[in-house]
Design a protein around this ligand. Sequence first.
Ligand SMILES: O=C(O)c1cc(=O)[nH]c(=O)n1[C@@H]1O[C@H](COP(=O)(O)O)[C@@H](O)[C@H]1O
Length: 270
Amino acid sequence: MGDSFGTRLRAGLDKRGPLCVGIDPHPQLLHAWGLDDSPAGLERFCHTVVDAAADVAAVAKPQSAFFERWGSRGIAVLERLLSDLREAGVLTVLDVKRGDIPSTMAAYAEAYLDEGSPLACDAITVHPYLGFGSLSGAIASAVGNDAGLFVLARTSNPEAAELQDLVAGQILGSVAAANTASAAHEPLGPVGVVLSATPPSIGHALERLHGPVLVPGVGAQGASPADVARLFSPVRQAVVPSVSRAVLADPGRVRERVTAYRDEFATLLG
Ligand SMILES: O=C(O)c1cc(=O)[nH]c(=O)n1[C@@H]1O[C@H](COP(=O)(O)O)[C@@H](O)[C@H]1O
């Protein structure tokens, strides 16, 4: 067995600092970068981001939808991106937000978590809205492959509250139990959560999660690094802030922005 996802993530965060670079090649962004909205444009975009972030970011999170738009040609670019990030020592969280009945979930786990799969990555985002138990097989697969999952608990979009505020506490409790039950829960368990930095407060105790906390919402969606520090101070060592548009706006300044956010988060969460 190799190192668990939590061990690799801890090492990456300690070495490079707390930041996940979101890789979201929106068509408008490709145009702003002077690139075609095409698989070739996507590929150029990805090369630039990997070159800029390779040795300064601990984690990168490609958003699968922007690659799926192009069918098999986009997926080929995504496969190459995952492999380039791995080679650069950047942990990969593929943002696919999967969640299905257990037998189908097993196939998703095979696609993204099995070592040797063309789209293998270190972790994926999943949702628990078919019942947390429907994720059991995916959790077992993550543990068996030294990979991880990030379970949506409270997302950053304004529509999230009506449904998620009803169940977030239950989801956080289930994540804590899954990590505690895992042999690999030190230094960080295999099951992380996604909690946005945009609400005014979290409203739940996070100390017993034993897993990483992926935090979107900074920059384009209005939250600041100081909001992250304020909301997540009890688990600040486990926080992985994720920033996409605010670091990608200008192709000539990706490295500068990644480094600036990383350093600011390191200071605030240190
Ligand atoms: O799972 C996510 O990454 C995610 C969760 C969430 O609550 N909100 C959220 O915006 N995201 C993702 O984060 C990216 C947007 O990040 P920004 O461009 O930094 O706002 C998109 O890929 C979203 O799908």
